[in-house]
Design a binder for this molecule. Structure first.
Ligand code: GGG
Length: 326
């Protein structure tokens, strides 16, 4: 059966790392039809729209989407694309790899980030010259969906349970509802949980990351804390992600457009290629997904490496090395 894969490189280094991941997928014996579409700052400049309707429709109908990066138009691109796949959870693994210089080599975490609401609900106002406001939305239903997913995730991946990171001592109504709902769902499913205030988590994870495995958190907290974890393992060039919905999913590196190096051909493609491995697994190509994970790991260990990891290789050199190890 042919799977249709939407490919949306976006801006900046998205234009470099997304084709690299497609090259890796093309090197495998899988039945994929790639359909490319535009989104981001460049298309907005041309057409006035950061996310053309045809791009949204493609993501909403394709079996899976591979996305690169968004810059200034992130809110107009990433949030609607997640909506197109009805994604209620963003899975963000953050682990250290042998051979990569990591601040905390013992780090092996998975963030399960709420993906539809919180402060990313898009309800912002400029009331006066002096005052702007933002409405933070937390619903029981979105928290339940995330809680159910977290229970399945820890069972499928043989974890003992998960940690809920929140700030319910200050945001009593919103994070109170988030925490209480997820805890209730976990209790109903017989899954163990513990909880941590998200600010304390930021310190504990830096000092002692091995005390955590799976962390379930609200939207903004998941975005920020996973970037923090990237700093522990060697940088944003290593973190993949999957935005999962009930029927389809969108895969993207955690990093953004990296305007400082965009166009130089030296962006680390690892995060996007690992995201492509997650796409393979999502579509049932477990063996191929595993082969890509192993090829990336071997390349991170033995090189070549891009400058963010202390090497001098190009995106193309690293991509070719990964393909060569498949
Ligand atoms: N590839 C992901 C990307 O473009 N990240 C930039 C960004 O602003 N992300 C915000 C988010 O993940 O919610």
């Amino acid at each position: 059966m042919t799977h249709e894969i939407a490919v949306i490189p976006g801006d900046g280094i998205g234009q470099e790392v997304t084709p690299a991941a497609v090259e890796v997928l093309e090197a495998l014996d899988v039945d994929f039809e790639f359909v490319e579409a535009e989104a981001g700052d460049a298309v907005k400049e041309e057409t006035g729209e950061a996310l053309p309707q045809e791009t949204y429709d493609l993501a909403a109908s394709a079996d899976a989407t591979l996305f690169g990066a968004a810059g200034e138009t992130a809110a107009d691109v990433i949030l609607p694309l997640r909506d197109a796949v009805d994604s209620f959870v963003n899975i963000r693994p953050a682990k250290a790899y042998p051979g990569v210089d990591a601040v905390r080599p013992e780090t092996d975490l998975v963030f399960l980030r709420e993906n539809t609401e919180g402060v990313y609900s898009g309800i912002e106002d400029r009331l006066t010259q002096d005052v702007s406001t933002l409405t933070r939305v937390v619903t029981e239903s979105a928290s339940e969906d995330l809680g159910e997913f977290a229970c399945e995730y820890v069972e499928d991946n043989s974890y003992d349970g998960f940690t809920i990171a929140h700030k319910a001592n200050v945001m009593r109504e919103t994070d109170g509802l988030f925490r209480d709902t997820i805890k209730r769902v976990a209790d109903e499913n017989g899954v163990e949980t513990d909880e941590v205030l998200m600010d304390a988590f930021a310190t504990h994870v830096c000092l002692n990351p091995e005390q955590f495995d799976v962390i379930v958190c609200p939207n903004l907290a998941g975005d920020v804390l996973s970037d923090l974890a990237a700093g522990l393992v060697g940088g944003l060039g290593l973190l993949p992600s999957a935005n999962v919905g009930p029927e389809r999913a969108l895969f993207e590196p955690v990093h953004g457009t990296a305007p400082d190096i965009a166009g130089e051909g030296v962006a680390n493609p690892a995060a996007t290629i690992i995201s492509a491995a997650m796409l393979l697994e999502y579509l049932g190509y477990d063996e191929e997904g595993q082969a890509v994970h192993e090829a990336v790991e071997a390349t991170l260990e033995d090189g070549p490496r891009t400058p963010d990891l202390g090497g001098d290789a190009s995106t193309e050199d690293v991509t070719n090395a990964i393909i060569g190890r498949l």
